[in-house]
Ligand binder design. Structure first.
Ligand code: ATP
Ligand code: MG
Length: 146
């Protein structure tokens, strides 16, 4: 069993119908080990997106992610990381709309920055990202016991 970190981004959290739909979709596909609404601070966002520092979209990504509450979840399933990324679809929303019209980013994304959701890209990133947003979560016990 694998675990991953999912984030529903601020513009979707503001839309209660969209948020409810996404929670239903997630509940049908994954075991939710923990979840919470969290207003990501500048400090947390900088740690979280450290790998993107210096890229042209970095500042707009920071501004967006701290603009309001997000909804963070720790998900578990077989092949959880890839499964969640497949449900999210391509990073770029206009590509998502064209090539995967039913994916989350096609349905709820507004732009390449406001692309509705985040998913860890590897087991290592998942553990790092979970430790940032859920510092109290004991990931090793969960991974070892499953
Ligand atoms: P995520 O890490 O959010 O799951 P990803 O792995 O598909 O998405 P990354 O390359 O890690 O994409 O980019 C992280 C985030 O930065 C994206 O989700 C998006 O919000 C933003 N981003 C990435 N590329 C662009 C871009 N070309 N223009 C604007 N924003 C971008
Ligand atoms: Mg990424």
């Amino acid at each position: 069993m694998e675990i991953t970190l999912a984030i529903i981004k601020p513009h979707v959290v503001r839309n209660t119908v969209a948020l409810r739909n996404l929670k239903n979709l997630i509940g049908k596909n994954f075991t939710i080990l923990d979840s919470k609404q969290v207003h990501i601070t500048k400090e947390l966002s900088e740690r979280f997106y450290n790998e993107h520092k210096g890229k042209f979209f970095y500042n707009r990504l920071m501004t967006f992610m701290i603009s309001g509450p997000s909804y963070a979840l720790i998900l578990q399933s077989q092949d959880c990381i890839q499964k969640w990324r497949n449900l999210m679809g391509p990073t770029k929303v206009y590509k998502a709309v064209y090539s995967h019209p039913d994916c989350i980013r096609a349905l709820y994304g507004l732009s390449d920055t406001r692309n509705a959701c985040h998913g860890s890209d590897s087991e290592q990133s998942a553990l790092r990202e979970i430790s940032i947003l859920f510092p109290e979560f004991k990931a090793t016990e969960i991974v070892m016991n499953n």
